[in-house]
Design a protein around this ligand. Structure first.
Ligand SMILES: NC(=O)c1ccc[n+]([C@@H]2O[C@H](COP(=O)([O-])OP(=O)(O)OC[C@H]3O[C@@H](n4cnc5c(N)ncnc54)[C@H](OP(=O)(O)O)[C@@H]3O)[C@@H](O)[C@H]2O)c1
Length: 346
């Protein structure tokens, strides 16, 4: 019988400035056999998110992906062979897998302090584990509730609102009684998001005057601004419209991840003084001890039909680079995921 093939995407060039398919090389090799202390995982899902570009650019310490090696990132897969105590064929895992059919794991993350692969509950769809119940949902939950502290009737503005974190953050604020306004790029995505989530408004930052639209949609100002992109012009527009004791939640900097040199910071941060406002970062991973609380709340809202996990699923390992590039082209509608295989026997 011919050996099974492990199809892989290898990191050929670091994606400085922009993400392009030419930075990845397709390779096929025999599926490796696990040795003592290893297990073989059949990858089923991969999470494609902006943060991953930091790993690919070698800027992330232990998590950095060396050139010439398979692209690594958060994924879900099933154990198909194991010589590692505690893991057995059939276990469904979330872990640091990659853009390949099969990954050998010794039960640790790539770096000393990374979370090891963990078993997923059998009743949790693997793609939700990576999206709403993964770091995406955790950043949104703790960012909105712990840092944003929304109160009923307040105005909540979020950018990258059609993305994974942004769409969940806005929905949590809405559940807490806020008027929610999202900022996205692209008219079609604006209309799609407005239709999907029924927020007070969605602004297309490409074709519309964002300041004028914020004035129209937030006539009394902004109580909470949730920043996913690190786009300084948007942050400045929010700072000048911040209400007394307003909060700015800093969650991500998608606009700068590929840049060699950082752009200048916001000009209007003095507004925080006059309004006694706060600007504070959220780092979801720091809240691990409370993940069960967050997952229980998110699951309950989903069951009640109050939270929609928006997911944009690309199918097929061969499409990984193109699907990843979509995230930086502002094309994803919800959390961008890659489905590598339906089952471990595929
Ligand atoms: N702090 C934490 O613990 C934590 C956890 C997870 C994620 N994050 C961060 O949160 C942010 C959102 O994460 P996500 O995974 O949900 O990603 P996402 O929002 O789905 O990311 C894709 C979106 O980012 C926007 N974008 C892409 N390139 C951009 C650029 N050059 N400039 C400005 N906007 C750009 C586009 O939206 P538009 O074109 O519609 O703006 C695109 O649709 C990311 O920065 C991520 O690194 C933080």
């Amino acid at each position: 019988m011919p050996a099974k093939i492990n199809r892989q995407w290898i990191l050929a060039k670091r994606p400085r400035e922009r993400v392009e398919a030419s930075q990845f090389e397709w390779r096929e090799s025999p599926v490796p056999e696990p040795r003592e202390g290893e297990m073989l995982v059949r990858n089923l899902w991969s999470l494609l998110h902006p943060t991953q570009v930091l790993f690919l650019n070698g800027d992330s310490g232990d998590l950095s992906v060396p050139l010439g090696t398979p692209v690594r990132g958060a994924g879900a897969g099933r154990v198909v062979a194991s010589k590692l105590p505690g893991f057995a064929p059939g276990d469904l895992l979330e872990g640091w897998f990659g853009w390949e059919d099969y990954t050998l794991s010794n039960g640790h993350g790539p770096g000393r302090d990374d979370p090891p692969p963990t078993k997923l509950p059998p009743d949790l769809p693997a793609q939700h584990a990576l999206g709403a119940f993964g770091i995406t949902g955790m950043a949104a939950y703790f960012g909105v509730l712990d840092i944003g502290k929304p109160a009923p009737g307040e105005t909540f503005v979020v950018d990258s609102a059609a993305g994974g974190v942004g769409s969940i953050a806005g929905q949590i604020a809405q559940i807490r009684g806020c008027r929610v306004v999202g900022i996205v790029s692209g008219r079609e995505r604006r209309d799609w998001l407005a239709h999907e989530l029924g927020w007070a408004g969605v602004i297309d930052r490409q074709s519309e005057d964002v300041g004028a639209r914020l004035d129209a949609l937030c006539p009394d100002g902004i109580d909470i601004y949730f920043d996913n992109t690190g786009l300084v012009p948007l942050l400045d527009l929010a700072l000048v419209r911040l209400r007394s004791h307003g909060r700015v939640v800093l969650c991500g900097g998608t606009s700068v991840y590929c840049l060699e040199a950082l752009p200048p910071g916001p000009a209007h941060y003095f507004d925080l003084i006059l309004k006694e406002g706060r600007m504070e970062g959220i780092y979801g991973a720091m809240h691990e001890a409370r993940f069960p609380e967050a997952r229980a709340a998110l699951a309950a809202w989903m069951r009640e039909g109050r939270l929609k996990p928006l997911e944009d699923v690309a199918v097929g390992l061969e499409n990984a680079p193109a699907a990843f590039a979509r995230v930086f082209e502002g094309k994803n509608r919800g959390k961008q995921l890659l489905k590598i295989a339906e089952t471990e026997t595929e």
